[in-house]
Design a protein around this ligand. Sequence first.
Ligand code: SF4
Length: 255
Amino acid sequence: MSRAKGKTKSQPAGTTREPAPRPLQTNTGSTDEAKRILAVLDELDTAYGNDGMPPGALSTGEPLDGLILTLLSQNTNDRNRDMAYDALRGRYPAWEDVAALTPAEIAALIRPAGLGDTKSVRMKAILEQIRSDFGGYSLSPLKDLAPDDVRRYLSNLPGIGPKTVACVMVFDLDMPAFPVDTHVARVSRRLGWVAERTSPERIQEFLESSVPPERCAGGHLNMIEHGRSVCGARRPKCGSCVVEGMCERVGVSGD
Ligand code: SF4
């Protein structure tokens, strides 16, 4: 799950808590480990260049659009997500019209994204909840809330997990959050920032406490590009990796 570059203006832990990732002096850059993380992010930005992206560049300006787009991105790729979103919004540009559809009607439109039956039911429930809470189909009121309150609200919407919450916060609300998809998780583990079995949720907590707010959006996008193009799950290209010298698992053959 990501907010891919192409989509402009147009993602409970178990009962057993994992050990926390190694503590890191956060947001200050004052420890060697914090400096090491920032050094990696610097190199990745030199390679992929997403840090300079203006705030809101991947948003329509309406956080509800971003929330639904991210909901559609669950368990599919960016292309299929976009096909589903465009089919839905192309036919029903107003969210109130989407809310009036049956789950089956929504599922038919968003079929390219997969899991239509599940996503359509969640979408309707989310729209109903938002109308009930805000009197209309907009999440713009969240722009006036504190980040912790925004995170709490979004986390309580039906079927919305920490990754989706973070996507909406960082891309649509310009609030500090670091979404962790499969690429960000893999690269974080291989670099040795967290232990091998650390869950995406714990990695997200770690990154959000380690990376300065202004580096979150670009850092997330750069890590995804790196995971896709160089540090793939199978046969990572360590020999051509820009952070080879800062990686604990350089030379790994794959997951
Ligand atoms: S050195 Fe290899 S394992 Fe480490 S980040 Fe680069 S590609 Fe991934």
